[in-house]
Design a protein around this ligand. Structure first.
Ligand SMILES: *[C@@H]1O[C@H](CO)[C@@H](O)[C@H](O)[C@H]1NC(C)=O
Ligand SMILES: *[C@@H]1O[C@H](CO)[C@@H](O)[C@H](O)[C@H]1NC(C)=O
Ligand SMILES: *[C@@H]1O[C@H](CO)[C@@H](O)[C@H](O)[C@H]1NC(C)=O
Ligand SMILES: *[C@@H]1O[C@H](CO)[C@@H](O)[C@H](O)[C@H]1NC(C)=O
Ligand SMILES: *[C@@H]1O[C@H](CO)[C@@H](O)[C@H](O)[C@H]1NC(C)=O
Length: 271
């Protein structure tokens, strides 16, 4: 199941121009991603709430706010040992950042239970953790239940229980865990790079707008200056044409000299 989901994801993502993944991207197994997810919970969706805006929508022209929502969930079981989220079973909180985005969709239905990979964003909102750009929400199927129950450091999760009993399988998975942590480092670097890049784009856009304003302003000033300088030059030309024999030691029309020219010309005309 894991590979087919990953394959569909790859096809979906590669078909979509807006979702360029790093060229060395490879799908990862659920087990590996589970090791990398910050928070893993099994929870029931109690209600859905519309979100008017999402910072996770990177396409500025996608204004359809019906597409974004948050889910109010009740924690049935905290899946991982030492998970960042230290709240007891039965706690309720909102998972935001759900909905239909350019490259992916995170959707859940009311009254259903799911396994969630979650993380906290910089503002302490809890959002899905799409480790390796893959799906972080798993429906409550026997298959997913088996998978999560059998993973090293994940509990055999039913509502309200948190049983951690040792099984020999877990030693094997400890190796897997170490292997995952190498990927983790690379992955976090990649995520940071993406974050840095989008930040850079924002800064550049701002600088660009600033520059455009500056150029606009300069053009305006230039036009204004041209208008102001044109008039005296024209009147000088007209005068010059009507009085061709008028002696002019300096025909330069730079601004510093204009006042003197103006002064001189009327005088000579009066004569
Ligand atoms: C979840 O968000 C909704 C809408 O913003 C709010 O009414 C509700 O109280 C929140 N629930 C919790 C448990 O914070
Ligand atoms: C969820 O369950 C509640 C209470 O049982 C019910 O009122 C509601 O209609 C259900 N929602 C959906 C979408 O089935
Ligand atoms: C965090 O909050 C700040 C200020 O409200 C906002 O500008 C920023 O976009 C938020 N970031 C996220 C990831 O929600
Ligand atoms: C999980 O619990 C079920 C039912 O209690 C049990 O049959 C199964 O063996 C348990 N699995 C593991 C890995 O402990
Ligand atoms: C991202 O930016 C931070 C601070 O600006 C910097 O310390 C870090 O090295 C950058 N990371 C990458 C992967 O470029």
């Amino acid at each position: 199941m894991g590979t087919s989901v990953a394959l569909i994801l790859v096809l979906f993502l590669s078909a979509s121009w807006a979702c360029q993944l790093p060229h060395d991207w490879r799908p990862q197994t659920e087990a590996c991603r589970a090791e990398l997810a910050e928070i893993i919970v099994f929870a029931k969706v109690l209600a859905l709430h519309k979100e008017s805006y999402s910072v996770y929508n990177f396409l500025p022209w996608q204004y359809d706010t019906d597409l974004f929502f948050s889910a109010e969930i009740e924690l049935l079981c905290d899946q991982a040992w030492g998970s960042m989220l230290e709240v007891p079973a039965g706690s309720r909180f909102n998972v935001s950042g759900l909905g239909y985005f350019p490259c992916y969709s995170y959707s859940v239905m009311e009254n259903n239970s799911y396994y969630f990979f979650l993380r906290m964003d910089e503002n302490y909102s809890i959002i899905p953790h799409g480790v390796n750009f893959q799906d972080p929400i798993f429906p409550d199927t026997p298959e997913n239940h088996r998978m999560f129950a059998s993973l090293f450091q994940f509990s055999n999760c039913t509502a309200g229980t948190q049983v951690h009993t040792y099984t020999p399988d877990w030693e094997l998975q400890e190796d897997n865990r170490l292997w995952c942590s190498n990927i983790q480092k690379a992955l976090f670097e990649e995520e940071e790079k993406v974050k840095n890049l989008s930040q850079k784009v924002k800064i550049l856009e701002k600088a660009n707008n600033h520059l455009r304003d500056k150029v606009k302003n300069m053009k305006r000033l230039l036009r204004q200056a041209k208008r102001e300088t044109k008039e005296p030059v024209q009147s000088f030309k007209q005068l010059h044409e009507t009085e061709p024999v008028l002696p002019h030691p300096q025909q330069d029309t730079t601004q510093e000299q204009k006042p003197t020219l103006r002064k001189i010309i009327p005088k000579t005309l009066k004569n």
